[in-house]
Ligand binder design. Structure first.
Ligand code: SAH
Length: 400
């Protein structure tokens, strides 16, 4: 059994059950990629069992803080089963569900989404890579499903020194799928879509947008970074439920053409009229500037940009990018209009995001009420021990 000895004072975060051990905390020891190592404090006390990652700055990720725990197939079966069982606690209103959310589910580096009868997994750390076959079997056993597609092609793999891998890991079938979310239907392709195919984390905010559309009867809606049009479908569904679709205009912008084509197809899939929505294959920043120049305004704007700051190190540049976007959006917001603005950057905390949005409003000369805070749907849990889990934050701002 291999041992990793920490430098003096570096045991504290593990004692608080934070699962990461950085390269700089290690005095000596190591192992092979993904091998289970025993982590000890500088004075030789047991701290955790962890998976060693020889190429990553996060050099080890803890599996367990219990010295008696064996890290074996039964351990992984039990972790997977409890994560799957926990999803039964949430009222998700969808058959697209995040079943395993990495560290928050005690499985650092593993992401698993379920779309109907198909599972899609990302193995993003050396530890879960090493236990891939065991985890795949555990996933099928815990869900009773047979199909598991691997999408281990995220950038996190590189940092772990792992090559990209995609394809069926268990079973096989169609990669093109349709899920039900709330009262609407959305399609995705698990082989070619972003991440595992779809942004499940915004499920509750899409629902909220539908409710606001129904209550406020939005006329002009701008959905920026629309991907496959989830917020566009939500707005139309809300308007339809209020009998207020006539005369509404929706503009959705993304720089991915395949995503936009799917967004357009989602109108027909949900029984909406094509003529009501316009889809722009364009850069959001440039489009917002153009709309400002043209003097256009909107009753509702969604800003859901990609991750600008994956870690705290990127926070400053990312903050400027978020501020710029939000400033333009504020200028386009009609009085009484709603801005739903998001950041999915782990490196930008909720307080900082709030400050960025506030200073964007000040620069735009616009005041507003922050009426709601939004976050990831509950199947993307945050835990007390792992604050980095709070990556997605959103604000609803209503212009005065
Ligand atoms: N709101 C979406 C998810 C957005 S993900 C949903 O509910 O599903 C972020 C999207 O931003 C991606 O689809 C990506 O293609 C797009 N994107 C990234 N940079 C962009 C840019 N500069 N201009 C337009 N779209 C961009």
């Amino acid at each position: 059994m291999k041992v990793l000895r920490l430098r003096p004072g570096k045991e504290r975060s593990l004692q608080r059950r934070h699962p990461w051990v950085f390269e700089s905390a290690i005095a000596k020891g190591g192992g092979d990629a993904g091998e289970t190592v025993r982590i000890e404090s500088a004075d030789g006390k047991f701290l955790a069992w962890a998976a060693f990652s020889p190429n990553s700055k996060i050099r080890a990720r803890a599996w367990s803080f219990d010295e008696k725990q064996r890290i074996d197939a039964a351990f992984f079966a039990s972790r997977v089963a409890s994560a799957v069982e926990a999803r039964g606690l949430f009222d998700l209103q969808s058959d697209g569900v995040r079943l395993i959310h990495g560290e928050a589910d005690g499985l650092p580096g593993l992401i698993v989404d379920r779309y109907g009868d198909t599972l899609v997994a990302q193995f993003l750390s050396a530890g879960v890579e090493r236990w891939k076959a065991v985890l795949a079997d555990a996933l099928l056993a815990a869900t009773g499903l047979q199909k598991l597609y691997e999408r281990s092609d995220a950038s996190g793999r590189e940092r772990e020194g792992l090559p990209p891998v995609t394809g069926w890991l268990r079973g096989s079938g169609e990669t093109e799928l349709t899920i039900r979310e709330h009262e609407w239907r959305l399609s995705l392709d698990v082989a070619t879509g972003h991440k595992t195919g779809f942004y499940l984390d915004q499920r509750d905010s899409r629902k909220r947008f539908a409710e606001l559309a129904a209550q406020r009867r939005f006329r002009r809606v701008l959905n920026c970074f629309c991907y496959t049009g989830g917020f566009t479908v939500a707005a139309l569904a809300g308007l339809k439920s209020a009998g207020a679709t006539t005369g509404a205009e929706l503009i959705s912008i993304d720089s991915s053409l395949p995503a936009l084509e799917r967004a357009r197809a989602h109108l027909a899939l949900n029984g909406f009229d094509d003529a009501q929505a316009e889809f722009l294959d364009a850069d959001v920043n440039a489009s917002l500037r153009r709309f400002v120049d043209e003097g256009r305004t909107f009753d509702a704007i969604v800003l859901d940009p990609p991750k600008f700051a994956p870690t705290v190190a990127h926070a400053e540049r990312a903050a400027r990018a978020y501020k710029d976007l939000n400033r333009q959006a504020f200028k386009l917001l009609a009085p009484g209009g709603h801005l739903l603005t998001f950041s999915c950057s782990g490196g930008i905390g909720a307080d900082l995001f709030h400050k960025i949005v506030a200073s964007a409003g000040i620069d735009a000369g616009v005041d507003g009420y922050i009426t709601e805070r939004l976050g990831a749907a509950p199947d993307h849990p945050m835990t007390i021990e792992f604050p980095e889990g709070e990556y997605l934050k959103g604000l609803v701002v209503v212009r005065k």
